[in-house]
Design a protein around this ligand. Sequence first.
Ligand code: SF4
Ligand code: SF4
Length: 307
Amino acid sequence: MAETEETDGEGLARPAYGSDVEMNVFDAVRSQSANPVQPVKLGKTDSFCFHCHKDVSCWNVCCHGADITLPPYDILRLVRFLHMTPAEFLEGYTVPAEHSESGMPVVKIKMGGENGEGPCPFMHEKDGCLAYEARPSACRYYPLGLISMKMKEAETKEDFHFIVREEHCRGHAEEKRQTVAEFRNEQDVEAYEQINRGWIDILMKLASWRSMGGVLGKEPTAQVRQMFFMVSTDIERFRRFVFESRFLETYKIPDEALELARKNDIVLLQLGFDWLKNVLFNEPTIEMHEQVLQAAIAKARTELSSS
Ligand code: SF4
Ligand code: SF4
């Protein structure tokens, strides 16, 4: 159970736990306040009162100056909804940022106003979110946050939620009571969670490595950061990288998987996560061609012996 609260460096308060747990905090908190988290663990069958609708006095307040990091699937959905290329979307609607815990490059929605305190570009005064069908996961979860936690002794991670209670949000005073499962279903978060999970695992692993001085004791290089940014933000660029560069001369991808990745952005994204896990953590998520592998081993040996 949560004991106290700590802040994540981006102004988001997070429940603090003992050192016997590994925890992934999904950046799903669309928060404007400094310390809004209620440190109460909610499972899927727990219930809470909340209702957001056009007649609340705070309608749209939360869509100003919001801090919304966009995971890869959120970008895919918005790009499809807006009928844009990822490059056009990144240029028009996002600002580059650094994920505070891992130091990796990410993008956030570009809020209006000179200091980013203005409205979200998708906000309409009367109608609310004009991108509702493709709204980001942070907007879907609100006012819930999601934590994936694994006790050191446990085999698997356990997910649970917590409530973000910001003073300006009057939705908490509404009488609609629902379980976490009902809310999640209504907000349609399942696909976002499943598809983005590989990416969040990478960020959290990097954050954990960073606290020990970087992957294998080193900070990721500029090239690795660029690779991460490409997979995270621009599926078209990654597609060109896989099919039009020497990627397939280096990696052995089964024909069937390759055909699926060619046709399906989500499969291609998962290939991107597998590739990053291999490059960053040496995980056996993707196979190299034998001669490339032998050459890489020989190069590593030479480097080791000369250092
Ligand atoms: S994407 Fe939609 S719901 Fe999210 S902050 Fe912007 S207008 Fe609000
Ligand atoms: S009730 Fe909360 S989530 Fe809904 S518009 Fe108001 S501040 Fe935003």
